[in-house]
Design a binder for this molecule. Structure first.
Ligand code: 5GP
Ligand code: ZN
Length: 118
């Protein structure tokens, strides 16, 4: 069973913010912003590559409810999902990072040559 399935099953403790029948949201153990929450489906899905439109529709509403719960709707926030090797996905259970609580930087994402690819 994967790490986040164990969090869903409460075999590994986490700091839960919101939970319903389909999803769970908890604080990231290594926060990269004052607010850094992970939103995951309870069912195991490897990554965004494999998620159904139906699950994503409900995930959208769940993420919106997280933003309301932690009061970042007006101040703004960022939602990120890393996918696979190049995306930097470490945990192979679909998760959305919800980051906020400060003005976030917009990064320099790679050291690759970004010119002339299109
Ligand atoms: P990824 O790099 O796969 O997009 O993100 C995985 C995230 O899970 C990382 O931000 C990491 O800090 C977080 N994480 C890894 N293990 C645990 C854990 O046991 N508990 C919690 N709450 N977060 C974790
Ligand atoms: Zn899992």
């Amino acid at each position: 069973m994967c790490l986040f399935c164990k969090i869903v099953n409460k075999e590994i403790p986490s700091n839960i913010i919101l939970e319903d029948d389909e999803f769970i949201a908890f604080h990231d153990i290594n926060p990269k912003a004052p607010i850094h929450i992970l939103a995951i489906p309870k069912v195991h899905v490897d990554s965004f590559n494999d998620v159904s439109p139906e699950l994503m529709a409900n995930m959208t509403v769940f993420i919106q409810s997280i933003a309301k719960e932690v009061q970042i709707v007006q101040s703004g926030y960022r939602v990120i999902t890393n996918i696979g090797e190049n995306g930097g996905q470490e945990v192979k259970h679909l998760h959305f990072h919800v980051l906020g609580g400060t003005k976030l930087k917009w990064g320099h994402f790679s050291d690759a040559d970004t010119q002339g690819h299109f």
